[in-house]
Design a protein around this ligand. Structure first.
Ligand code: SF4
Length: 352
């Protein structure tokens, strides 16, 4: 099943180079805007969500849209939804060739509960379940950026718990997610060395790097003074890229390609290559609103109004307008983890 699903994902990604896909293979779905953090880079924690999609609605959506090979369940803090394992089950049961499910965590939900939910998800038999543990600095810095005393220690404990869980679940993968911004600029090396004291076998590639970005339809942080292409982060990003551990395999190649373009994006503020938003992927928020991506504030539909069936909006006039913009290169600049990977494999020559 693993090899078959991987081949299916590869072929679909390849196909996206030559033709417009009739349906998305990657779903970025914010399952809740609830969050107990207080990050200085994001305003989601200030939201008071009401009327988010229920588990029955998610099941209906999963039943009517069965093309997903990659599902990202994001938040807020996704583990604040008690039914996160049932949400994963709905996608696994309906998208038969689902290969990867990714989920971030701020480590603030009770860890026994998170591990129990993850065990349920891992047992579904999805070939790759990838968890990103948010960590933006060493102890004092992380707790300051996240606004939660003790958050660093919880993130370290979560990482250790995942290492234990990996011993019995080979389909589990995990990294630290480091969001680089003006608040931690210049602190990555110090962070790496200090975290290594807590986790002695830590590798550089155990960190996935993001840039703090502005988004009105997701982070709700468009009024914050954050510049994704702040020149101060460019040198640091290039240094992190240079020191990454050499690894063979498709995933390290794609991760390196992502990082290289992140440097370009930070330097220029421009989209490094033609986006695959609304071709390979779509973003759905917790209320069922459909957008091209987390960085593109153009609401195209609401699932409740289209019977939870994406095919009813996929070729609408508004959707075709979005595709026209990506072809012309007039879409909003974006280079985030949610969008970059399907964009890279949808421009496969860029990987050579
Ligand atoms: S970055 Fe994540 S943890 Fe921080 S406020 Fe936003 S959703 Fe919450």
């Amino acid at each position: 099943m693993t090899a078959k699903n991987l081949v299916g994902l590869g072929l679909t990604a390849l196909k996206s180079n030559f033709t417009t896909l009739g349906k998305p293979y990657k779903l970025n779905y914010c399952i809740t805007y609830l969050c107990q953090s207080r990050c200085v880079t994001c305003n989601i924690w200030q939201m008071r969500p009401k009327g988010e999609l229920t588990i029955d609605e998610v099941r209906e959506f999963a039943r009517k849209n069965t093309s997903f090979k990659w599902v990202e369940l994001t938040g807020g803090e996704p583990f604040l939804r008690d039914d996160i394992d049932e949400i994963a089950r709905a996608f696994k049961e309906n998208s038969k060739s689902l290969y990867i499910l990714t989920v971030p965590t701020n480590s603030l939900v009770n860890h026994d509960k998170v591990i129990a939910k993850l065990e349920n998800i891992l047992k579904l038999g999805i070939p790759r379940v990838a968890v990103t543990v948010s960590l933006d600095g060493y102890r004092e810095l992380h707790d300051k950026i996240r606004g939660i005393p003790g958050n660093y220690d919880k993130a370290i404990d979560m990482f250790r718990r995942l290492k234990e869980l990996k011993k019995t679940h080979k389909n589990l993968f995990f990294v630290f997610g480091y969001t680089l911004s003006k608040f931690n600029q210049g602190q990555f090396e110090k962070t790496f060395e200090l975290v290594r004291k807590d986790i002695p076998d830590l590798k550089r590639n155990d960190f996935h790097i993001n840039l703090a970005q502005l988004s009105s339809n997701y982070y709700g942080n468009e009024t914050l003074d954050i510049k994704p292409n702040d020149p101060v982060v460019v040198d640091e990003l290039a240094g992190i890229l240079k020191k990454r551990d050499f690894q063979l395999g498709m995933i390290p190649i794609i991760e390196n390609a992502y990082m290289k373009r992140l440097v370009v994006y930070a330097k220029t503020g421009k989209q490094p290559m033609r986006s695959r938003s609304l071709e390979a992927s779509a973003f759905i928020d917790s209320y069922g609103n459909v957008y091209p991506s987390i960085m593109w504030d153009k609401k195209l539909a609401n699932l409740r109004e289209i019977g939870y069936d994406l095919s009813r909006m996929w070729h609408s006039e508004a959707s075709e307008e979005v595709r026209k913009m990506t072809k012309l290169g007039t879409e909003p600049a974006q280079w985030t983890s949610c969008e970059a990977y399907q964009t890279l494999v949808g421009n496969v020559l860029s990987l050579i």
